[in-house]
Design a protein around this ligand. Structure first.
Ligand code: ATP
Ligand code: MG
Ligand code: ZN
Length: 466
């Protein structure tokens, strides 16, 4: 008798694309070497949707609009902000980030805070023992009343416990450790992650209870099996931060219930993550006034303006082609700005290495920071100081013109609030002039003009002698 072959497919570990034969490169996401042989799961078919129930009938949209989605509101304002005003009941939120960035810490703090308010919370830990969690809770000063720790990785056992205890909030740390016994592949593989997440999602929708899930990030910076997970869950949050900075930025990459522009700012301390309610103050406090190569810009994240310090350093490329290093700013924007400075503003960076850095670990993708980057680079290259107490705002176009940016008034207001004295802005955008009393508005039409107005010669000692 012929032996029965076990059916297997090759699954891309990045995007979940299935193929019947092995391929060196995934045809869907173009990732190299990402296909892994996986036994076909029987249950994969019934994972299609958590929305189906037996008594499912079409409902008129007009009637549905009135049904408001209730939210669980946290004591951490910064977290509520990123979630779009609190956690929607029945939603599944994925928290991703580099190892050691603070995912478990955030989750434990949030769980304990909710439990403290009298609700029952279950924290499922697949990575740390109850003792470890106990130690952490002690360090963070959490009482732990009403917070139940479950050290379990079998999804069916977990769901059974959840049904028994009917909590108000569930935390799963982390999804890569959870597995479904029926599937032959290892925990953390794409098949397991997808199946376990789908089951959690279905449970959350049916029970109408919110679930937090943490997920590791691969070395390329994406959550392992990112596309698959991001498609399934309702909200995806990333914790970002520099290794040597204590600030952590919580950013949403996807949100079915709110804007994805908002960021929350936290500081990692021995007592855990503490929210920074006034981030601009923190990011620019150590800003040396009128320094060389350091400029404060006003970026807009979601519904608020944040002031951040951008630093640049230029130095003669000693060998090989000049390099550009962009930490915290968009690499292609830096290339554009360096080219415009070289060709349109008399700042020849063609043989210079250009290094930029954003203080505090924030990543700025907005073009409104262009002028700040240009000013910092030019200041470093020409060894000229930046005008003291200045905030630079403006997008740079390819012909060296300054382009208007949205929300200029609110950016200027934030600068005024923190005691800055002048704002360098694109001439084109500044039609309405709300001339705030303590704020001097300096207008410039081109990068060249902005550099002339924003950079000053440092005083030499001889200048001071009478
Ligand atoms: N005693 C302490 N004082 C201050 N900070 C601490 C202390 N102990 C740990 N930390 C901080 O907590 C971080 C660990 O956070 P956490 O375990 O929440 O990260 P994680 O994102 O869950 O990591 P993993 O991916 O390994 O699960 C450490 O990197 C460190 O910065
Ligand atoms: Mg952890
Ligand atoms: Zn793929």
């Amino acid at each position: 008798m012929a032996k029965l072959k076990t059916k297997s497919v090759f699954v891309c570990q990045q995007c979940g694309k299935e193929s019947f034969k092995w391929l060196g490169r995934c045809p869907a996401c173009q990732e190299w070497n990402s296909l892994v042989e996986t036994a076909v799961s029987v249950s994969a078919r019934d994972s299609s949707s958590w929305l189906y129930t037996k008594d499912n009938i079409p409902k008129e949209l007009a009637g549905l609009k009135a049904e408001k989605c209730p939210r669980l509101v946290f004591s951490m304002i910064e977290l509520n902000r990123v979630l779009g005003g609190g956690l929607v009941l029945g939603s599944v939120v994925l928290i991703g980030g580099d190892p050691g960035i603070g995912k478990s810490t955030l989750l434990l703090q949030v769980s304990a805070a909710v439990a403290d308010s009298g609700a029952r919370v279950i924290y499922v830990s697949g990575e740390e023992s109850s003792q470890q969690l106990g130690l952490r809770a002690e360090r963070l000063g959490l009482s732990g009343h009403g917070l139940y720790i479950l050290t379990e990785t079998n999804i069916e056992v977990i769901l059974g416990r959840l049904n028994e205890m009917s909590p108000s909030l569930v935390a799963i740390d982390s999804i890569q450790t959870i597995y479904l016994e029926e599937l032959s592949n290892a925990p953390g593989s794409i098949g397991q992650i997808r199946e376990c997440t789908v089951r959690l999602m279905r449970w959350a929708k049916q029970a109408n209870i919110p679930v937090f899930i943490t997920g590791h990030v691969t070395k390329e910076g994406a959550i392992a099996g990112p596309k698959v997970l991001e498609h399934i869950v309702d909200v995806v949050l990333y914790i970002e931060g520099e290794t040597f900075s204590s600030y952590r930025i919580l950013r949403s990459a996807k949100n079915r219930f709110g804007s994805t522009n908002e960021v929350g700012v936290f500081e990692m301390t021995a007592q855990g993550l503490i929210e920074v309610t006034n981030p601009s103050e923190v990011f620019v406090t150590s800003h040396p006034n009128g320094a060389i190569g350091s400029v404060v810009v006003s970026t807009f994240e979601g519904s608020r303006s944040l002031l951040v310090e951008i630093q640049a350093l230029t130095s003669l490329a000693s060998f090989g082609p000049p390099r550009r290093i962009a930490t915290g700013v968009d690499f292609s924007r830096l290339l554009l700005i360096a080219a415009v400075l070289t060709r349109r503003a008399g700042v020849n960076l063609s043989n210079q290495d250009v290094i930029t850095n954003v203080i505090g670990g924030l990543k700025i993708s907005e073009p409104a920071a262009d002028l700040g980057i240009a000013l910092a680079a030019a200041s470093s290259f020409k060894d000229l100081k930046v005008l003291p107490k200045l905030v630079a705002i403006g997008e740079i176009g390819l012909s060296g013109e300054l382009r208007s940016v949205p929300n200029l008034d609110r950016r200027i207001a934030e600068a005024a609030r923190l005691g800055f004295k002048s704002c360098l802005v694109p001439r084109s955008s500044y039609k309405l002039s709300p001339q705030s009393k303590n704020m001097e508005i300096i207008k410039a039409g081109t990068v060249y003009e902005a550099l002339r107005k924003g950079l000053v010669k440092p005083l030499k000692e001889s200048d001071l002698k009478i």
